[in-house]
Design a protein around this ligand. Structure first.
Ligand SMILES: Cc1ncc(COP(=O)(O)O)c(C=O)c1O
Length: 415
């Protein structure tokens, strides 16, 4: 599993035993293998080496500054969806001209900030947004580069909560509105239309939908060029799947086979926004068993991490592998692994066969590098977990644990 391996009876992140990290920083704690992030980035980068391309790592999956900085050093740009993400990407040293700004609800403030920073372009998700970007750009005397995200009405064959390319989803412009989009752009003298974008969903475990989306985009680009728009950038989003529980997702090169011929035919530049593929299996969440509770025939491992640390099981009933950080790994009893939060959705595994654990034992929740810490909340006034990075035999706290003082920092008692 990427940077994580079992050696000398202990799970490690790179060369560091996870139990050593837990002793030093406490639990719950996220641990990221920086080389794992880098290797996954390189896998996609290599797969597309025969066409001009920019990888804009999707930081909604993991926006830790150390992670972004490491990827940026390999040439990565970023896909951002808020002013806050743009701010963080810039702080991590990502050049503005490698940043793409997506999202259905950009505010005027977001737009002005991005224009002043000089981002590569906006991925525009609606006609009213073209109007808004044009107005803001005009006001601050800039020309706004844009790509239009189309909704190709293609099923990504993934969980319905992370499918984004069907016509009932809120994302992208309805294909039937292409003429209206062209009219709006022609009337908007402060925007420059250079790209077409489609991102149809996340955690795709087959390549067919990617190929279909590429072909729809190809037809749109050809039509736009015939209409006189100098479209160069083809952005096919992210969505490449990973192994959570034994899925056999395609390799980056298999997705590339579907896409490269289209890019070559169009003589275009390719933009990609992979997130989970790079970050998902590059991080784990460490947690300790607080109690082993027997309730009739049921056994609960109550742990010190909760849905405020990793909400994916509660949100999508997502599966995460779990194992003791050290000692026997053989599953022997069926348990629920649950957190301390006052919600029945606060669980990490249900009816899962796991090794025996006792109070104080350290567990590793795998595949937690994407949509993990970024979705963290302080619900039940539980401080956010720290984030630790490893490389070789070294580890460092990249984000410290929140304190109780941090929890009240923004508040005052008003009467
Ligand atoms: C526009 C866009 N690009 C990229 C991504 C990253 O997707 P993934 O993590 O599946 O690669 C998302 C996630 O939903 C997205 O909405």
């Amino acid at each position: 599993m990427n940077g994580f391996h079992f050696k000398n009876n202990r799970w490690h992140s790179d060369g560091v035993p996870l139990s050593k990290i837990a002793e030093k920083v406490g639990t719950p704690a996220y641990v990221y293998s920086l080389p794992a992030f880098e290797d996954r980035f390189k896998e996609i980068d290599q797969a597309y080496k025969t066409v001009p391309h920019l990888m804009a790592y999707s930081i909604k999956t993991n926006d830790n500054l150390s992670v972004m900085s490491a990827l940026s050093k390999l040439g990565s740009g970023t896909d951002v969806v808020s002013g806050g993400e743009l701010f963080k990407a810039r702080k991590a040293g990502v050049p503005a001209n490698k940043i793409i700004f997506a999202g259905v609800g950009k505010t005027d403030e977001d737009i002005a900030y991005a224009l002043k920073e000089g981002i590569r372009y906006f991925n525009v998700e609606s006609i009213p947004e073209i109007v808004a970007i044009n107005a803001v750009a005009k006001k601050i005397k800039k020309i706004a580069p844009i790509a239009i995200r189309f909704n190709p009405n293609i099923d990504a064959l993934t969980h319905h909560y992370i499918s984004t390319g069907k016509k009932e989803n809120k994302f992208g412009v309805f294909l039937g509105d292409l003429d209206k989009v062209m009219k709006t752009v022609r009337e908007s003298h402060s925007v420059r239309w250079t790209g077409v974008h489609a991102h149809i969903g996340s955690q795709m475990t087959q390549t067919g939908s990617v190929g279909k989306a590429a072909k729809v985009v190809e037809q749109i680009v050809l039509k736009l060029r015939r209409e006189g728009f100098p479209i160069y950038d083809v952005n096919l989003g992210g969505g490449y799947g990973i192994d959570y529980q034994g899925e056999k997702p395609p390799k980056a090169s298999q997705y590339a086979k579907q896409v490269i011929p289209v890019i070559k035919r169009l003589n275009a530049g390719l933009l990609l926004e992979p997130g989970r593929f790079i970050s998902g299996n590059s991080g784990v969440l460490l947690t300790r068993v607080v109690y082993v509770k027997q309730s009739g025939k049921k056994t609960f491992y109550i742990v010190d991490a909760g849905m405020g640390d990793l909400i994916r099981p509660a949100l999508y009933e997502a599966y995460h592998r779990i194992a003791p950080a050290e000692g026997p790994q053989k599953p022997v009893q069926t348990v629920d692994v649950v957190g301390p939060i006052c919600e029945s959705t606060d669980f990490f595994a249900k009816n899962r066969k796991l090794p025996t654990a006792k109070r104080g034992d350290l567990l590793v929740i795998f595949s937690a590098g994407a949509y993990g810490s970024v979705m963290g909340s302080t619900y039940n006034s539980r401080p956010l977990a720290p984030e630790v990075v490893t490389r070789g035999k070294r580890f460092a706290v990249a984000r410290r644990r929140q304190t109780w003082q941090d929890l009240i920092r923004l508040e005052k008692i008003s009467r």
